[in-house]
Design a protein around this ligand. Sequence first.
Ligand code: GLP
Length: 235
Amino acid sequence: MEVVITDHPELVVADAVAEAVTGGATTLGLATGSSPLPTYRELIRRHRDEGLSFAGVTAVLLDEYVGLPADHPESYTRFIHDNFTGHIDIGDVHLPDTMAADPRAAARDYDELIGRVGPVDVQILGIGSNGHIGFNEPSSSLTSRTRLKTLAHKTRMDNARFFDSLDDVPRHAITQGLGTITDARRLVLVATGEGKAAAIAAAVEGPLSASCPASILQWHAHATVVVDRAAAIKL
Ligand code: GLP
Protein backbone atom coordinates (compact mmCIF):
# COMPACT_ATOMS: atom_id res chain seq x y z
CA MET A 1 0.00 0.00 0.00
CA GLU A 2 1.26 3.42 -0.92
CA VAL A 3 0.60 6.32 1.47
CA VAL A 4 0.89 9.87 0.17
CA ILE A 5 0.88 12.76 2.65
CA THR A 6 0.35 16.03 0.83
CA ASP A 7 -1.08 19.52 1.19
CA HIS A 8 -3.11 18.87 -1.98
CA PRO A 9 -4.71 15.41 -1.90
CA GLU A 10 -7.14 16.44 -4.64
CA LEU A 11 -4.28 16.90 -7.13
CA VAL A 12 -2.83 13.46 -6.41
CA VAL A 13 -6.22 11.75 -6.78
CA ALA A 14 -7.12 13.78 -9.88
CA ASP A 15 -3.76 12.80 -11.42
CA ALA A 16 -4.52 9.11 -10.82
CA VAL A 17 -7.95 9.42 -12.45
CA ALA A 18 -6.71 11.54 -15.37
CA GLU A 19 -3.83 9.15 -16.04
CA ALA A 20 -6.22 6.19 -16.09
CA VAL A 21 -8.76 7.91 -18.33
CA THR A 22 -6.20 9.16 -20.85
CA GLY A 23 -4.65 5.67 -20.77
CA GLY A 24 -7.89 4.04 -21.90
CA ALA A 25 -9.76 3.30 -18.66
CA THR A 26 -13.40 2.52 -19.34
CA THR A 27 -14.87 2.22 -15.83
CA LEU A 28 -14.50 4.58 -12.89
CA GLY A 29 -15.74 3.83 -9.38
CA LEU A 30 -17.03 6.95 -7.66
CA ALA A 31 -17.55 7.75 -4.00
CA THR A 32 -19.80 10.38 -2.49
CA GLY A 33 -19.25 12.36 0.71
CA SER A 34 -17.23 15.52 1.25
CA SER A 35 -13.76 13.93 0.93
CA PRO A 36 -13.67 13.52 -2.87
CA LEU A 37 -15.37 16.88 -3.59
CA PRO A 38 -12.12 18.84 -4.18
CA THR A 39 -10.98 16.02 -6.52
CA TYR A 40 -14.22 16.26 -8.49
CA ARG A 41 -13.85 20.04 -8.72
CA GLU A 42 -10.29 19.60 -10.01
CA LEU A 43 -11.39 17.02 -12.61
CA ILE A 44 -14.23 19.30 -13.78
CA ARG A 45 -11.65 22.10 -14.15
CA ARG A 46 -9.34 19.86 -16.20
CA HIS A 47 -12.29 18.83 -18.37
CA ARG A 48 -13.28 22.46 -18.94
CA ASP A 49 -9.84 24.07 -19.26
CA GLU A 50 -7.58 21.27 -20.46
CA GLY A 51 -9.87 19.07 -22.53
CA LEU A 52 -9.71 16.04 -20.24
CA SER A 53 -12.41 13.82 -21.73
CA PHE A 54 -14.41 11.08 -20.03
CA ALA A 55 -16.14 10.02 -23.26
CA GLY A 56 -16.54 6.25 -23.34
CA VAL A 57 -16.14 5.97 -19.57
CA THR A 58 -18.86 4.36 -17.44
CA ALA A 59 -19.22 5.26 -13.75
CA VAL A 60 -20.41 2.98 -10.96
CA LEU A 61 -21.20 4.38 -7.54
CA LEU A 62 -20.33 2.71 -4.27
CA ASP A 63 -23.60 3.08 -2.48
CA GLU A 64 -26.98 4.74 -2.12
CA TYR A 65 -29.39 5.31 0.76
CA VAL A 66 -32.53 3.18 0.84
CA GLY A 67 -35.76 5.15 0.78
CA LEU A 68 -34.53 8.45 -0.65
CA PRO A 69 -35.94 9.16 -4.12
CA ALA A 70 -33.28 10.00 -6.73
CA ASP A 71 -34.27 13.68 -6.75
CA HIS A 72 -33.93 14.05 -2.95
CA PRO A 73 -31.24 16.68 -2.25
CA GLU A 74 -29.22 14.20 -0.17
CA SER A 75 -29.51 11.17 -2.44
CA TYR A 76 -26.17 10.06 -3.79
CA THR A 77 -27.74 9.98 -7.26
CA ARG A 78 -28.31 13.72 -7.01
CA PHE A 79 -24.98 14.35 -5.23
CA ILE A 80 -22.81 12.77 -7.89
CA HIS A 81 -24.75 14.40 -10.72
CA ASP A 82 -24.64 17.88 -9.17
CA ASN A 83 -21.02 17.67 -8.01
CA PHE A 84 -19.32 15.75 -10.78
CA THR A 85 -20.93 13.73 -13.52
CA GLY A 86 -23.38 16.45 -14.60
CA HIS A 87 -20.39 18.67 -15.48
CA ILE A 88 -18.34 16.28 -17.63
CA ASP A 89 -18.79 14.18 -20.78
CA ILE A 90 -18.95 10.82 -19.00
CA GLY A 91 -21.18 7.98 -20.28
CA ASP A 92 -23.58 5.95 -18.13
CA VAL A 93 -23.60 6.54 -14.36
CA HIS A 94 -24.87 3.51 -12.44
CA LEU A 95 -26.25 3.28 -8.91
CA PRO A 96 -28.14 0.57 -7.07
CA ASP A 97 -31.94 0.84 -7.33
CA THR A 98 -32.69 1.58 -3.68
CA MET A 99 -36.37 2.36 -4.37
CA ALA A 100 -36.94 -1.19 -5.65
CA ALA A 101 -39.66 -3.24 -3.94
CA ASP A 102 -37.02 -5.86 -3.13
CA PRO A 103 -33.78 -4.06 -2.19
CA ARG A 104 -31.92 -7.34 -1.59
CA ALA A 105 -32.60 -8.40 -5.19
CA ALA A 106 -31.66 -4.89 -6.38
CA ALA A 107 -28.31 -5.26 -4.56
CA ARG A 108 -27.63 -8.58 -6.28
CA ASP A 109 -28.57 -7.05 -9.64
CA TYR A 110 -26.17 -4.16 -9.02
CA ASP A 111 -23.34 -6.53 -8.14
CA GLU A 112 -23.95 -8.37 -11.42
CA LEU A 113 -24.00 -5.09 -13.34
CA ILE A 114 -20.62 -4.12 -11.85
CA GLY A 115 -19.30 -7.49 -12.96
CA ARG A 116 -20.53 -6.81 -16.50
CA VAL A 117 -19.20 -3.23 -16.87
CA GLY A 118 -16.10 -3.87 -14.76
CA PRO A 119 -13.53 -4.45 -13.66
CA VAL A 120 -13.43 -0.91 -12.32
CA ASP A 121 -10.16 0.68 -13.44
CA VAL A 122 -9.87 3.21 -10.61
CA GLN A 123 -12.10 3.20 -7.54
CA ILE A 124 -12.13 6.45 -5.54
CA LEU A 125 -12.88 5.94 -1.85
CA GLY A 126 -13.49 8.07 1.21
CA ILE A 127 -13.40 6.70 4.76
CA GLY A 128 -15.90 7.00 7.58
CA SER A 129 -14.67 8.06 11.01
CA ASN A 130 -15.38 4.45 12.10
CA GLY A 131 -13.23 3.07 9.26
CA HIS A 132 -16.07 2.20 6.90
CA ILE A 133 -15.72 2.36 3.11
CA GLY A 134 -18.86 2.67 1.04
CA PHE A 135 -21.35 1.72 3.76
CA ASN A 136 -19.39 -1.35 4.86
CA GLU A 137 -19.60 -0.78 8.57
CA PRO A 138 -17.20 -2.41 11.07
CA SER A 139 -17.66 -6.21 11.18
CA SER A 140 -18.50 -6.35 7.45
CA SER A 141 -17.17 -9.51 5.86
CA LEU A 142 -13.93 -8.83 4.03
CA THR A 143 -15.29 -10.82 1.06
CA SER A 144 -18.80 -9.31 1.09
CA ARG A 145 -20.65 -8.54 -2.14
CA THR A 146 -23.10 -5.72 -2.84
CA ARG A 147 -25.91 -5.92 -0.30
CA LEU A 148 -28.38 -4.18 1.97
CA LYS A 149 -26.69 -2.80 5.12
CA THR A 150 -27.97 -1.19 8.29
CA LEU A 151 -26.05 2.01 8.99
CA ALA A 152 -24.07 2.26 12.23
CA HIS A 153 -25.31 4.86 14.72
CA LYS A 154 -21.96 6.66 14.39
CA THR A 155 -22.40 6.88 10.62
CA ARG A 156 -25.93 8.28 10.97
CA MET A 157 -24.63 10.84 13.49
CA ASP A 158 -21.75 11.80 11.14
CA ASN A 159 -24.14 12.21 8.21
CA ALA A 160 -26.86 14.02 10.20
CA ARG A 161 -25.17 17.32 9.27
CA PHE A 162 -26.62 16.93 5.77
CA PHE A 163 -30.21 16.39 7.00
CA ASP A 164 -32.66 18.43 9.08
CA SER A 165 -32.40 16.01 11.99
CA LEU A 166 -30.93 12.63 12.96
CA ASP A 167 -34.38 11.08 12.47
CA ASP A 168 -34.29 12.06 8.79
CA VAL A 169 -31.03 10.15 8.13
CA PRO A 170 -31.87 6.85 6.40
CA ARG A 171 -31.24 3.68 8.39
CA HIS A 172 -30.30 1.45 5.46
CA ALA A 173 -28.26 1.61 2.29
CA ILE A 174 -27.22 -0.65 -0.55
CA THR A 175 -23.46 -0.70 -0.71
CA GLN A 176 -20.87 -2.46 -2.81
CA GLY A 177 -19.28 -5.10 -0.60
CA LEU A 178 -15.62 -5.20 0.33
CA GLY A 179 -15.14 -8.08 -2.11
CA THR A 180 -16.84 -6.07 -4.85
CA ILE A 181 -14.74 -2.97 -4.13
CA THR A 182 -11.48 -4.91 -4.13
CA ASP A 183 -12.27 -6.35 -7.58
CA ALA A 184 -11.21 -2.90 -8.88
CA ARG A 185 -7.79 -2.73 -10.52
CA ARG A 186 -6.75 0.28 -8.44
CA LEU A 187 -8.08 1.77 -5.19
CA VAL A 188 -7.42 5.40 -4.23
CA LEU A 189 -8.68 6.43 -0.80
CA VAL A 190 -8.70 10.11 0.11
CA ALA A 191 -9.08 11.55 3.62
CA THR A 192 -8.58 15.00 5.06
CA GLY A 193 -8.81 16.54 8.51
CA GLU A 194 -8.03 15.42 12.03
CA GLY A 195 -11.43 13.73 12.39
CA LYS A 196 -10.20 10.98 10.04
CA ALA A 197 -6.77 10.53 11.68
CA ALA A 198 -7.72 7.58 13.93
CA ALA A 199 -9.51 5.76 11.10
CA ILE A 200 -6.53 6.31 8.77
CA ALA A 201 -4.07 5.00 11.39
CA ALA A 202 -6.23 1.89 11.89
CA ALA A 203 -6.58 1.36 8.13
CA VAL A 204 -2.89 1.81 7.34
CA GLU A 205 -1.05 0.57 10.45
CA GLY A 206 -3.60 -1.58 12.26
CA PRO A 207 -4.26 -5.25 11.55
CA LEU A 208 -6.21 -6.25 8.44
CA SER A 209 -9.51 -6.73 10.19
CA ALA A 210 -13.26 -6.46 9.72
CA SER A 211 -13.16 -4.07 12.71
CA CYS A 212 -11.71 -1.51 10.31
CA PRO A 213 -13.16 -2.25 6.85
CA ALA A 214 -10.74 0.20 5.18
CA SER A 215 -7.84 -2.01 6.29
CA ILE A 216 -8.83 -4.24 3.32
CA LEU A 217 -6.67 -1.84 1.27
CA GLN A 218 -3.60 -3.50 2.86
CA TRP A 219 -4.54 -6.68 1.03
CA HIS A 220 -5.08 -5.09 -2.41
CA ALA A 221 -2.29 -5.20 -5.00
CA HIS A 222 -2.61 -1.54 -6.03
CA ALA A 223 -3.97 0.67 -3.28
CA THR A 224 -3.05 4.27 -2.53
CA VAL A 225 -4.07 6.27 0.54
CA VAL A 226 -3.88 10.02 -0.01
CA VAL A 227 -4.11 12.19 3.10
CA ASP A 228 -3.42 15.72 4.22
CA ARG A 229 -1.19 16.39 7.23
CA ALA A 230 -4.13 16.56 9.65
CA ALA A 231 -5.44 13.13 8.65
CA ALA A 232 -1.86 11.76 8.93
CA ILE A 233 -1.12 12.89 12.49
CA LYS A 234 -1.64 9.45 14.05
CA LEU A 235 0.58 7.65 11.53
C1 GLP B 1 -20.38 8.19 3.81
C2 GLP B 1 -20.23 7.38 2.51
C3 GLP B 1 -18.79 6.98 2.27
C4 GLP B 1 -17.91 8.16 2.60
C5 GLP B 1 -17.93 8.40 4.08
C6 GLP B 1 -17.16 9.62 4.53
O1 GLP B 1 -21.29 7.70 4.72
N1 GLP B 1 -21.05 6.23 2.41
O2 GLP B 1 -18.64 6.57 0.92
O3 GLP B 1 -16.58 7.88 2.23
O4 GLP B 1 -19.24 8.36 4.61
O5 GLP B 1 -17.82 10.80 4.19
P1 GLP B 1 -17.11 12.20 4.18
O6 GLP B 1 -16.14 12.18 3.05
O7 GLP B 1 -18.21 13.20 3.97
O8 GLP B 1 -16.44 12.35 5.51
